[in-house]
Design a protein around this ligand. Structure first.
Ligand SMILES: CC(C)(COP(=O)(O)OP(=O)(O)OC[C@H]1O[C@@H](n2cnc3c(N)ncnc32)[C@H](O)[C@@H]1OP(=O)(O)O)[C@@H](O)C(=O)NCCC(=O)NCCS
Length: 177
């Protein structure tokens, strides 16, 4: 559904490879501030990240998840990740994360816009969507800048474990065709 290599003006997106786990741990996966509104707790060991990355390779083969390491053009070490999870041939959910020192430079808008465009090159694609915690305005802003529109608040929808075990309200945004 999506190619292995994707380029934007400033970024190259590629599948995870050996050695990425250590860099991910150092750059974002161990950072509590990055993890705050995600589905995972900050990592402490590269080995557990490697298990996650290995699982993604399997999911790519199956076509259930297309995960990319985000690199600045000309660099090989990633600064974040983005993934697209196609469902039922007509919709796809996106997720993304970026190391803290790179926030606010427009990188995720660039990556999200490109992935969304490529997904809509699939003739059957009708809906590209993502959701974020109601208290994560940067994420909602990125989605809007990538062309998604607000669909509303899903109440008590998702547990963000870094904020506690109580399910939280999220904002749902989507671009449709
Ligand atoms: C969310 C995240 C991916 C954004 O990536 P990014 O590359 O910094 O995003 P961009 O620079 O493309 O755009 C960020 C936008 O959010 C806006 N923004 C940032 N903080 C904000 C805040 N507190 N309130 C409102 N808007 C905010 C910025 O102003 C910018 O919009 P602008 O260009 O119109 O000014 C990054 O902050 C991140 O990785 N956060 C931690 C992981 C995470 O939350 N992932 C999403 C889970 S749903």
């Amino acid at each position: 559904m999506l190619p292995d290599l994707i380029h934007t003006p400033r970024l190259s997106l590629r599948p995870p490879k050996t050695g990425d786990a250590e860099i991910a741990l150092k750059r974002w996966a161990g950072d509590p501030e990055v993890a705050k509104y995600t589905s995972w707790m900050p990592h402490t060991e590269a080995a557990t990240i490697q298990v996650f990355l290995d699982g993604l390779a399997k999911e790519r083969k199956e076509g259930s998840c297309y995960a990319y390491m985000i690199c600045r053009r000309g660099e090989t070490e990633p600064i974040g990740m983005i993934e697209a999870n196609p469902e039922q041939g007509f919709k796809a959910m996106l997720g993304y994360v970026l190391m803290r020192s790179e926030w606010g430079k427009g990188y995720m808008t660039e990556a999200l816009t490109k992935i969304t465009d490529l997904l809509f090159e699939v003739p059957t694609m009708r809906r590209v969507f993502a959701f974020c915690d109601v208290e994560n305005p940067a994420s909602a802003a990125v989605m809007r800048k990538a062309g998604m529109t607000d669909e509303g608040i899903l109440r008590k929808y998702f547990i963000h474990p870094n904020l506690g075990q109580e399910p939280r309200d999220v904002l749902m945004l989507a671009k449709i065709r």
